[in-house]
Design a binder for this molecule. Structure first.
Ligand SMILES: [Zn+2]
Length: 250
């Protein structure tokens, strides 16, 4: 069932001359039709579950890298959409949340838990799996966020996520917070927030040193991985895979 909001968002992407349809497999809902509404990554969707290219990449990465999802207590830094829905019905449990600038971590707004990756309200070692998509580039202090995400993982736990990776080296810091104010080091870049429909500031463009940032935050393993599964019309996208040491050395 396609909701009115999804239909509206689909129609806003539509470029009639770019439209194409292909039969393929979706990691969330199986054999399906994919539709291309326009010739950009944002224009490709699963016709059944509305998964976007980023969701599909995460779906294949979960299937490749997390064999025991039904036994996992999962934490995902979004509360809506195909990835959140998939975790809700497939994982042992799924702690889903959204970021609201004016809400305290752990509070609820319209039934949705509010969390800030820099100061999560979850207890230490709560989860076997942590996921997030296109979030960390918008977090002012990502070192703190990575340390928090490591804290809430159990020993041996996995974090799987996407950020826009530009493939170079090192990460380019575009902006930072100084005494609560945003200081721009470069021309501001805004990414579309699907929940709010507004642009949100990217604090950085991640390079391949993201794996060093993860190790500095305590992760025992960190790598950039690419699934064998191709996204229709778009090909492969990288995902960042990191693991907490099996025995907590703290
Ligand atoms: Zn699907």
């Amino acid at each position: 069932m396609i909701s009115a909001a999804r239909l509206r968002s689909g129609l806003s992407l539509l470029r009639p001359r770019d439209v194409a349809v292909r039969v393929d497999r979706c990691p969330f809902c199986g054999p399906t039709l994919f539709v291309r509404l326009r010739r950009e990554a944002v224009g490709v969707r699963c016709a059944r579950c509305a998964a976007s290219a980023i969701h599909l990449v995460m779906g294949w990465a979960l299937r490749d890298n997390v064999q025991d999802l039904a036994d996992c207590d999962a934490c995902e830094l979004s509360a809506r959409g195909p990835l959140a829905d998939f975790l809700r019905r497939t994982a042992k449990s799924a702690a889903l949340s959204e970021y609201f600038a004016d809400a305290e971590p752990g509070a609820y707004r319209d039934g949705i838990r509010c969390e800030d990756a820099q100061r999560l309200s979850y207890a230490d070692a709560s989860f076997d799996l942590v996921t997030h998509t296109e979030v960390l580039e918008h977090v002012p202090d990502d070192a703190r966020a990575f340390a928090e995400l490591h804290r809430v993982l159990r020993p041996g736990g996995t974090m799987l996520f996407t950020v826009p990776l530009y493939g170079g080296y090192p990460t380019i810091e575009r902006a930072r917070l100084r005494n609560g104010d945003v200081e721009h080091m470069m021309e501001p870049a805004y990414h579309i927030d699907p929940l709010r429909g507004a642009g949100i500031l990217a604090f950085r463009d991640y390079g391949l040193d993201i794996v060093e940032r993860l190790r500095a935050a305590g992760f025992a393993e960190a790598s950039v991985v690419t699934s064998q599964r191709r996204i229709p019309w778009l090909g492969a996208f990288p995902v960042v895979l990191s693991k907490k040491a099996a025995e907590d050395r703290a």
